[in-house]
Design a protein around this ligand. Structure first.
Ligand SMILES: [Zn+2]
Length: 333
């Protein structure tokens, strides 16, 4: 599969009558595409995929979900947002390699992080070599696998919420005010819930909802430990809403999971969005989006219109400022 083919799958939904809009922009200026099904009044659910580059099959899973919930009478009393591919630049690097990039500085930066190999099929990060699902401001930099130098995976970024994709998803979440969020990842067939520091009553609530997801999919439900800075973690810590990470696909499958596995994954997950909406409605009195944290959220640097040219100039300055002798995996920035 090429990146163009992946993007065509998302954009093609418009031909079926779904309205697409931008949830934000990537570092290289790509649109982060989203859609909505159901009603805009009432509780909302936000489901996002593809935040890790090589896990782009989750974007195709969300395309299939949105397609089948469009004009579906069962979506009522609220609505569901789908953010198909939170990390489009990373997905393109994973699928196409780095030849598409015009900026030699970026290419060399990525090549050196990839040990000189032009095979980027295992790539997880965004184009800045930041692992987006460790970059959110939720116990940032305290995860067991975190690294503090740019890398194809696990690099937390130079500061929390530093990445445009992360800022975009935060902004979009604050605008859409979901009662529940679900993040689709690969792989392992498990569901993660909860976050350290979460209140006892919210853990009980999240576990109860999570058990319903577990029953529906057959995926075991696991409390999150030793992992921080994810979108789910941020939703739980800053918004105090229930949020889940679904790791789909059998552990034995190699990354990236091939699209031949999509039907099986879809079948196990196809009713998850409707169940999430049902739970959002059921728990709507207990889930308060307008909690005090929302007023004080740091969404990082001021956004300007990104494109590859401006990115190329920026990355050069970053190299000057942060030469390799200052980069150590033993300390945070
Ligand atoms: Zn992932």
């Amino acid at each position: 599969m090429t990146y163009q083919e992946l993007e065509n799958q998302i954009v093609g939904l418009q031909d079926e009558g779904l309205e697409l809009f931008n949830a934000g922009k990537s570092v290289l200026g790509k649109n982060i595409l989203a859609t909505h099904v159901g009603e805009y009044s009432g509780p909302q659910v936000l489901i996002q995929g593809g935040i890790h580059a090589r896990e782009y099959i989750t974007a195709l899973l969300l395309v299939e979900m949105a397609r089948n919930l469009h004009n579906n009478d069962n979506v009522k009393g609220g609505g569901i947002y789908f953010v198909f591919l939170t990390n489009p630049d990373g997905a393109q690097i994973c699928l196409d390699g780095i030849d598409f990039l015009n900026c030699d500085i970026t290419k060399n930066y990525l090549l050196s992080a990839n040990n000189g190999s032009t095979d980027f099929s295992q790539y997880k990060a965004n184009v800045n070599l930041v692992d987006l699902n460790t970059n959110f401001d939720a116990n940032w930099g305290e995860g067991g696998q975190n690294v503090f130098c740019p890398a194809t995976e696990d690099f937390v970024g130079f500061y929390p919420n530093s990445e445009r994709e992360v800022q975009s998803l935060i902004d979009f979440t604050l605008q859409t005010k979901p009662s529940i969020t679900i993040s689709y990842h690969t792989k392992g067939n498990v569901i993660y819930y909860g976050f350290e520091g979460e209140s006892e009553s919210n853990i009980v609530r999240d576990q109860s909802i999570g058990e319903s997801f577990s029953e529906l999919t057959g995926y075991p439900l696991i409390f999150t430990e030793n992992s921080t800075g994810g979108y789910k973690d941020w939703c739980i810590q800053k918004l105090t809403i229930p949020a889940y990470t679904f790791e789909v696909g059998d552990e034995s499958l190699p990354h990236p999971i091939g699209i031949e596995s999509l039907p099986e994954i879809y079948n196990r997950n196809k009713d998850v969005p409707l169940l999430a909406l049902q739970k959002a409605i059921e728990y709507s009195k207990e889930i308060d989006f307008t909690n005090p944290f929302v007023q004080n959220i740091n969404v990082g640097v001021k956004k300007n219109e990104p494109n590859e040219e401006s990115y190329c100039a920026r990355i050069l300055r970053k190299f000057d400022r942060r030469s390799s002798n200052r980069c150590s995996n033993n300390k945070k920035w």
